[in-house]
Design a protein around this ligand. Structure first.
Ligand code: CTP
Ligand code: MG
Length: 442
């Protein structure tokens, strides 16, 4: 059996599965219409996303949009949209950049999302209003064979870890995958072309004029040329995808699509790695704020960088850093050293400048050495404010730029040396930083 057939056998729906999905969509639709009947607003119900486009992988989420007349006020759209969603799914209300309800129906994940019913995608009232146009665009153009090519590419990206535009992944959206298949024809052509991508590449289907974008990959949205479909893709996911394509072209394998599960490293190899490198680990633990992933991850990343910048500002050399989010949040830093000497070389003005006097006055008293001259300038060994990375964070974290959900620092603990132990959560957090094997190498 060829590799691609094997992949499709595992992720493409068979007849029975299609029936299950279609039946579920039909009863969802009926339920929604029942609830809508009691409202006065004429709401149009539309199945969108990969189930509508027949590009879904087994266990898809079902995306249903409630299209409200343009004259509806935003507050009414939100309240009635959420009302319908809650009545049909139970489920929970979610707010990313727009409100919707997420829940389960017949064992499948469902999103019910209110939007405005536009006649033309150039006059958006909310970010989700394009979605029905995307769905229509793809349904009209993607042929049956290409739908399976989309599935192969989605599963490849899932396997290597770059599928999904959500902020946890910052990768390729389903719509972007479909456009790539339309642009290049099939899975293998996308892989071979992408292996030669460079940041700044600009793709489109119609060669339209458009504004300039400063993203690693630019794919002009055929239904709205003012938008880059790949705007959520980070440079990291973009480059990781390029590397994955190159490795796949060297030697194809099922592991790219279905990697083995990553087990946390044992304690011993972790110790050995650190011992061998001579580096030091610092872990910042925080309580996990009660937010949905799409709101949580940007804040985790912001906090990770904020603390890293503070360490760097105070002369600690950060070699690598990473985050690990489960029931708690860990920020992990690999440092050259946890401690710095008290003394720091402090440069003053050239000797011939008048206010050199002030420098001498201050540092004659406060210096760890007397001021001395180096290449015509005053220099002194001055005491540093922070000599311990841990102490810097514990006592000074408020002076770093933290994500708003972490400003209360709930559950803050800073761990170093022996305080980091072989418990499962510590091992998992450390592995997320130290285990650099690619998914297909596991
Ligand atoms: N969408 C949205 N809000 C949601 C869910 C979906 O705006 N809560 C929109 C997305 O922006 C996208 C479309 O609905 O344009 C479908 O989203 P998604 O499920 O992420 O992509 P699919 O094409 O359905 O791909 P997948 O197979 O991954 O589900
Ligand atoms: Mg979907």
């Amino acid at each position: 059996m060829s590799l691609f057939v094997e992949v499709l056998n595992r992720v493409a729906p068979d007849e029975d599965y299609r029936e299950l999905i279609e039946g579920t969509v039909a009863s969802l639709n009926r339920r929604i219409l029942e609830v809508i009947e009691d409202l006065e607003t004429p709401i149009d119900v539309q199945l969108v996303g990969s189930v509508a486009k027949d590009t879904y992988l087994v266990s898809p989420d079902i995306d249903i949009f409630l299209k409200f007349p343009l004259t509806t006020s935003r507050s009414k759209l939100e309240s009635e949209g959420l009302f319908v969603g809650k009545r049909v799914l139970g489920g929970e209300e979610r707010y990313a950049d727009h409100p919707y309800v997420h829940g389960e129906f017949n064992g499948l994940e469902v999103d019910i999302v209110p939007c405005f019913d536009l006649s033309d995608p150039s006059n958006l009232k909310s970010a989700v209003d394009r979605t029905p146009f995307h769905t229509e665009y793809i349904m009209e153009r993607l042929d049956e064979e290409q739908r399976d090519e989309v599935r192969l590419l989605k599963q490849f990206m899932k396997g290597v870890g770059v599928y999904g535009a959500e902020s946890r992944i910052e990768g390729f959206s389903g719509y972007l995958v479909e456009l790539l298949i339309l642009r290049y024809g099939d899975f293998e052509s996308v892989i071979s072309t992408a292996s030669g991508w460079r940041p700044g590449i600009r793709l489109s289907l119609k060669n339209e004029e458009s504004s300039a974008f400063d993203d690693p990959l630019i794919f002009i949205d055929p239904v709205d040329p003012s938008r880059n479909v790949a705007s959520a893709l980070s440079l990291e996911s973009f480059s990781f995808f390029i590397h994955s394509c190159r490795e796949f072209l060297k030697e194809e394998g099922i592991h790219f699509f279905f990697p083995r599960e990553r087990e946390p490293l044992e304690w011993k190899p972790i110790e050995e790695m650190l011992q061998e490198r001579g580096t030091k680990i610092l872990m910042v633990r925080l309580n996990r704020p009660d937010l949905i992933d799409d709101n949580l991850y940007p804040q985790v990343k912001k906090t990770l960088l904020g603390v890293r910048d503070m360490l760097t500002r105070h002369d600690f050399v950060v070699l690598d850093s990473g985050h690990y989010v489960e029931d708690e949040v860990f920020l992990i830093y690999e440092l050259e050293s946890l401690y710095l000497p008290l003394s720091k070389k402090h440069h003053g003005p050239p000797v011939w400048i008048d206010h050199g006097e002030r420098f001498l006055e201050k540092w004659n008293k406060e210096g760890l050495s007397l001021p001395f001259i180096e290449e015509g300038r005053w220099v002194v060994m001055a005491p540093r404010e922070w000599t311990s990375a841990k102490q810097l964070i514990v006592e000074n974290i408020d002076n770093s730029s933290l994500g708003s959900a972490f400003r209360d620092k709930e559950g803050l603990e800073v761990l170093e040396g022996e305080e980091i132990s072989c418990t499962e959560s510590h091992r998992k957090a450390l592995s997320s930083l130290l285990d650099k094997r690619k998914p297909w190498e596991l």
